[in-house]
Design a protein around this ligand. Structure first.
Ligand SMILES: [Zn+2]
Length: 292
C-alpha cells in the first residue's frame, strides 16, 4: 500500500492530529519541529530521540513565529525554522529528512516534511498574487484571503505523474540531465493544462523517451514535500516506438533487465523506489544505490 510511504499521513497515524493553524501565543507546553534546511533538530544520542519537548534552548532563534500545526502525542506541536548557519548546542543534532540519508526514522521524517511543506506555503502566501496586498488567514483553514481584491488563495500542491514502463521483463529508465552519470530513474513530470493524468503519462513518456505506452493503471501516490508535490504513480506497458531521449531534459533512456539495473534513486523513501520494488522483478536484490 502506498499509504504507508513516508510523507503520507498514514505514516504518523496515532502520533499526529492535524489542527487548523493558530499562532502559538500561549505558553501551553508541547513538542517542537525545528527545521534547519532539510534537516530536523533532535536531541543527540546513541538512540534516536523524539521531537524536542518543552522550552527550546536560547541558541535556537526561530526565523518565524511558532506555528501550531496540530497535536503530537496529544500535546501541541509547533513548527519553527532556524537559519542554516546556526551552530547547534552540543546536546542537539540535525538529521536530514530529504535525500538518501535515512538515519531519521520514517515517522519523524514525515512530520518534518509536513512542517516544511506548511512553512513553504506560509512563506509564499504572505501577499496576494493578484493585487499585491497583504493576505489574512481564512478561519480554520490553511487558505488566505485578500481584503483588498477579495481573492482567496489555497495551498499550492502540484500534481506530478511518475510511471514504470514495462516491456516484458524489461523496465524503461531515464537519466535526467541534472543527474550524475550512471544514475537512472522513472519517467516523471508535472500535469499540464487540459490533461487527464493518463494523458500526462502518455505525453511525458513520449517526450522523455520517444515511445508510446498503453494499459496505463494507477498504483499509488505520495506526498512529496520538496517543496510541495503530489506524486501519482502508474504502471504502463510498452506499445511502440524506439527509445530516443529528448537530449535536453533527458540525456539517456533505455530498457534494463532486472538483473542488470543501473544505480537507482538514492532516496529509499520515494515512490519511485517503491514502484520499482513492488512492480519490477527481483529489483531489490539486483540494484546498487549511489551516494549523492
Ligand atoms: Zn488581492
Amino acid at each position: 500500500m502506498s499509504d504507508l510511504l513516508p510523507f503520507n499521513s498514514s505514516m504518523i497515524c496515532g502520533l499526529f492530529t492535524p489542527l487548523p493553524p493558530e499562532q502559538a501565543t500561549d505558553d501551553t507546553p508541547g513538542f517542537w519541529v525545528v527545521l534547519q534546511g532539510s534537516s530536523l533538530l533532535l536531541l543527540a544520542g546513541p538512540q534516536q530521540s523524539d521531537l524536542p519537548e518543552g522550552a527550546l534552548p536560547a541558541v535556537v532563534i526561530p526565523q518565524n513565529e511558532p506555528l501550531r500545526i496540530g497535536l503530537w502525542k496529544g500535546k501541541p506541536l509547533r513548527v519553527v525554522r532556524i537559519a542554516p548557519d546556526v551552530n547547534l548546542p552540543e546536546e542537539y543534532e540535525a538529521l536530514p529528512f530529504q535525500g538518501p540519508d535515512t538515519r531519521l526514522d520514517n515517522a519523524l521524517a514525515t512530520i518534518a516534511g509536513r512542517a516544511s511543506q506548511i512553512l513553504h506555503w506560509e512563506r509564499r502566501s504572505r501577499f496576494c498574487s493578484h493585487c499585491g496586498s497583504g493576505l489574512t488567514r481564512i478561519k480554520a483553514s490553511w487558505g488566505k484571503h485578500c481584503p483588498s481584491c477579495g481573492d482567496d488563495h489555497f495551498p499550492h500542491i502540484h500534481p506530478c505523474i511518475i510511471v514504470l514502463v514495462r516491456r516484458g521483463t524489461e523496465l524503461l529508465l531515464i537519466r535526467n540531465a541534472a543527474w550524475n552519470p550512471g544514475r537512472f530513474s522513472l519517467v516523471a513530470g508535472f500535469l499540464d493544462f487540459g490533461e487527464s493524468l493518463e494523458e500526462c503519462v502518455q505525453r511525458e513518456v513520449r517526450e522523455e523517451a520517444g515511445i508510446e505506452v498503453a494499459n496505463i493503471r494507477y498504483v499509488g501516490s505520495q506526498c512529496w514535500p520538496f517543496p510541495s508535490q503530489q506524486m501519482i504513480g502508474f504502471l504502463a506497458d510498452y506499445a511502440g516506438g524506439e527509445v530516443k531521449p529528448d537530449g535536453v531534459e533527458v540525456v539517456e533512456a533505455d530498457w534494463f533487465g532486472a538483473d542488470a539495473l543501473p544505480a537507482l534513486p538514492g532516496s529509499k523513501r520515494s515512490i519511485s523506489r517503491w514502484i520499482m520494488d513492488a512492480y519490477g522483478t527481483n529489483i531489490t536484490a539486483a540494484h546498487s544505490v549511489i551516494k549523492p
